[in-house]
Design a binder for this molecule. Structure first.
Ligand code: CFM
Ligand code: HCA
Length: 534
């Protein structure tokens, strides 16, 4: 791995190489006394072709996008709205009331004159028009880069319209694309606003014996549907998912749950902490990617509630679901055992999907996040060490305090202590590095050059990333699986999802087609010419 790291850095000018060296880590696993630090959540060096997206994408596309009955208006030039229009494959089920604004793309479509004279009037008109046509429960407004530059006050416009309507919650997000170093800043901005303007609004208690919220699950390719199927089978009531297949009312009722289960730590840990501070709901980390992880997460939820009825039911469900999963795994393993993978995805999947690969007997050679923070790599214990910089200070930290009426510890101090003494971990995420083999390469904010180079040097059997990487990797003769959009597949979560994933990866890594692939000009250059200089 040292050679590979040197090889990746060789091409860079010394200053760039020094910075990238801190973002490329040779994993020491847990035995090391002080596990090595990784540099993360810092600006990409200009000129480098990063895999990252922008703050607006993280706020509008990722966190708020999957909610079907909030009408999302992008205040900006049309491209920002267009490119965040259903590309993420977040699914929804609107059969209950038929309200679904997700197939629409709402934008103020800013023009030169709005940039010069200001776009607030146009925004107010757009909000009015949306209200008149749809009468939604909520309208959210998202700032794009020019909005911050010209200084439109989207919050004042939203407040004014909310007062005017009286029956529609209108609020805005200052999530200009440049606001942070990546999508990650957009998550934080979305978490703050949704918590401030929406969570807690519905005071009517929700029915259910074991009530949870599922935080950080976005129903990509129907993952959330599969997880909800399993919850239902176990008798667990999911009050609200942040934000896959969610509705306005779900967010508004989140305070009624008794446990928060955090799936994608990176995008939503802020909400988990705020729900705990304000309402006394504790949180645990879960993972429903991988059949074993799904079983483990269900058992953890059951252990928290500490009720025999639930514990027994969870065991029954696992016993019912596992045989089929195990049978498919055993079959594919005859072909996938020992094969290798690389995963470079967002801020949680590069970790979670390693469990699925492990179930197929496949090894992860190298992995990394696009925009995660050090805690997602090294574990939450490093959070006190994280030093705020100019970019992180740019994102508002909101102050949340215990609600005088609604704060309610879900268990007694003794009950919490008993669980913790038995090894139950609250509020903890151990990060990705811990789980990866010694000597594997962990790379933050991988770029186009390094992706190509890694594949050339290590020739993995499969490379997982996003649409920007898809075709350049395939041209190198290596199968590529998108772990953002799942290409057109999924679900991959839960038990049924695991089966889908095994079968699909088996097809990809067992196919011979990749070994036949050579670009036509490598085989026989058709055009040859001699340039003659007079
Ligand atoms: Fe969380 Fe996500 Fe991800 Fe993410 Fe994303 Fe996504 Fe992702 Mo694309 S919230 S961090 S900002 S799991 S959109 S559903 S696939 S990069 S790894
Ligand atoms: C985003 C969304 C994205 C992009 C995926 C990709 C997604 O970051 O804005 O690059 O293929 O999952 O849709 O992460």
């Amino acid at each position: 791995p040292t050679d590979i790291k040197e090889e990746l850095l060789k091409k860079y000018p010394p200053k760039v190489a020094r910075k990238r060296a801190k973002q490329i880590l040779i994993n020491e696993a847990t035995e090391a006394e002080a596990p090595p630090e990784i540099l993360a959540n810092v600006r990409t060096i200009p000129g480098i072709i990063t895999m990252r997206g922008c703050t607006y994408a993280g706020c509008k596309g990722v966190i708020m996008g999957p909610t079907r009955d909030i009408l999302n208006i992008t205040h900006g030039p049309i491209g920002c709205g267009f490119y965040s229009w259903l590309t993420r494959r977040n699914q929804t089920d609107a059969s209950a009331d038929g309200v679904n604004y997700m197939p629409y793309c709402f934008s103020t479509d800013m023009q030169d004159q709005d940039i010069i004279f200001g776009g607030e009037k146009k925004l107010a008109a757009a909000i009015q028009e949306a209200y008149d046509i749809f009468h939604p429960k909520g309208i959210c407004v998202f700032a794009t880069c020019p909005v911050g530059l010209i200084g439109d006050d989207i919050h004042a416009v939203s407040r004014k319209m909310k007062e005017k309507f009286g029956d529609c919650n209108v609020f805005a997000f200052s999530c200009e694309g440049y606001k942070g170093v990546s999508q990650s800043a957009g998550h934080h901005i979305a978490n703050n606003q949704v918590f401030t303007n929406l969570v807690g609004e519905n005071e009517t208690p929700k029915e259910g014996k074991y009530k949870i919220n599922l935080l950080g699950e976005y129903n990509i390719g129907g993952d959330g549907f599969e997880i909800d199927r399993i919850f239902k089978k176990c008798g667990i009531t999911n009050i609200s998912t942040f934000s896959g297949n969610s509705t306005y009312d779900q967010f508004a009722s989140a305070q009624h749950a008794d446990l928060d289960c955090v799936m994608c730590h990176r995008s939503i840990n802020y909400v988990a902490d705020m729900l705990e501070t304000k309402y006394g709901i504790p949180w645990i980390k879960v993972n429903f990617i991988g059949a074993e992880s799904t079983a483990k997460s269900l058992r953890k939820i059951a252990e928290y509630f500490g009720d025999k009825e639930l514990t027994d039911r969870v065991e029954e469900v696992i016993a019912e679901e596992m045989p089929e999963v195990k049978a498919v795994a055993a079959d594919v393993r005859t072909r996938t055992e020992g094969k290798t993978a690389m995963l470079f995805v967002g801020g949680s999947r590069a970790h979670h999907y390693q469990d699925l690969f492990a179930e197929m007997g496949m090894k992860t050679l190298s992995a990394g996040y696009e925009f995660a923070h050090r805690d997602d790599y090294e574990g939450r214990q490093v959070i006190p060490e994280l030093k705020p910089d100019a970019d992180s200070r740019n994102i508002e930290e909101i102050e949340v305090v215990a609600d005088e009426k609604l704060y309610n510890p879900r268990k007694t101090t003794d009950e919490y202590k008993a669980l913790e003494d038995a090894g139950f971990e609250f509020k903890h995420y151990e990060g990705m590095n811990d789980q990866m083999d010694k000597g594997t390469l962990i790379i933050d904010d991988l770029n186009q050059y390094e992706a190509d180079k890694l594949v050339e040097l290590l020739k993995p059997d499969i490379f997982c990333a996003g649409i920007k990487e898809k075709f350049s990797i395939q041209k190198l003769g290596v199968p590529m699986k998108q772990l953002h959009s799942y290409d057109s597949g999924g679900p991959y979560a839960g038990f049924k999802g695991a089966i889908n994933f095994y079968k699909e990866i088996d097809r990809l890594v067992s196919s011979k087609v990749w070994s036949y692939m050579k670009a036509p000009w490598q085989e026989s250059p058709e055009l040859t010419a001699t340039f003659v200089w007079e």
